[in-house]
Design a binder for this molecule. Sequence first.
Ligand code: SAH
Ligand code: SF4
Length: 358
Amino acid sequence: MHSNITTKTPPALIGMDHADLLHLCQQAEVKSVHAKQLNAWVFRHGITDTRQIPDLPHALYDYLDGHVGQLKPECMANRMAEDGTHKMLLRMPDGKEVETVLIPGPKRLTQCISTQVGCAVGCQFCLTATAGLTRNLSAAEMVSQVMTARDISDQEIRNLVLMGMGEPLHNYEEVAKFVRIVTDPLGLAFSPHRVTLSTSGLVPGIYRMIEDELPCNLAVSLNATTDDVRSQIIPINAKYPIAELMTAVREYIKFKDKNRVLIEYVMLGGINDSSEDARRLITLLDGLGCTINLLPFNPFSGTTFQRPDDATVSAFRSILVNAGMVTVVRKSKGDEISAACGQLKTEVTARRSKASFG
Ligand code: SAH
Ligand code: SF4
C-alpha cells in the first residue's frame, strides 16, 4: 500500500502540459510534432500506456519506457444518488484518498475536483478542515480525477469546478498546471469559461492568477459580511480581511471584464443569514456584476452550526434578487450520499475504523 520512498517513480504523462511533452520529444531527439500526437492520444483518447499509442518513432517509445510512468488511481467507492449525483473516492499510489463528484446539470455534467488531501485553512463549517492538511495533490493526480470520471461515466463532462477537498491557491503551481492541461485545445479541451477555481480568499493567489492570466474563472467563498464573523469562521480572514479581498476581486474583474466572479456564501443559521447580512452583501458587491451562490450549510456529525430553514434562505435570496443581483441557491445535491465537501472520505474512513475496532 505504501510507496517505497527510496524508489523515484517516473512522472506521469497525464501531469504534463504541452511544454513538458515538447521537452520530452527534445530529450528523445525526435521531431516536436510528436508532442501533439502524445497530447491527442493521452488526453483525447485516454491511452496512458505509451506502448499502446500507435505510430510513434522507436526512439520515442524507448525514451518514454524509461522516463514516464502511469497514474491510475484505484476507485474505492463509487456511489450514485437518486438525483444523479455521483461520488467517487479515489486512492492514489501512496494510499492517500481524495474524492471527486459528478453533478448532473440540465444537459451536461459538472465535475468537482479535489486539489489537496485535506486542507490547512481550517474553516469552522467545513468537514475537510477537521483533519488538517495531509499533502498537496499533483497536477497528474488532479487530471487523473477527470480521466477516471470520464471512463466511469457515459455522459459528457462539460464543467470543472475546483471545489472539492483543499484550497487550490495553497497549491498554486500544480493547480495552474492542471488548469493549463485541461484547457489545452489539443488535449482535454475544456473551455476556460467552464473551469472555475474556488478560493477561501487567499489574496496573493488571486493576484497571481491575474499575473499569469490563468485560463479559468474565479469563485470566492465570501461567507460573511463583517470581518468579525468572517475571521471567526475562516481563520485566514485575519490576514486577508474583507476589504483587501474585495480589492483583489475588483482587480480581477478589471482584468477579465467578460468573466464574472462567482461569490459563494455558505449560510449558517443565526450567524450570517440575517437581512442585515443580505444588505451588507449588496453594498460589498455593488456594481461588480458578480453572481451569488447561496450554499445552505450542509451539517456533519459533531458540528454546532445549523442549516437555516428554507424560509430564511428564501428571504435572504429575495433581498439580493430585489437589488438586481443574480442569486442561485445551491440545492444540496447528493445529501444521501454525503456529497458535501469532504464527507464521503470521512464516512468511509469511519466505517473502516468501526470495522477494525468493533
Ligand atoms: N477551499 C476552497 C474550495 C473548496 S470548498 C474554498 O473554500 O472556496 C468549496 C465550497 O464549499 C466553498 O464555498 C465552501 O465555503 C463550501 N463549504 C464547505 N463546507 C461546507 C458545508 N458544510 N456546507 C455548505 N458549504 C460548504
Ligand atoms: Fe479548506 Fe475550502 Fe474547507 Fe475552508 S471551505 S477548510 S478553504 S476546503
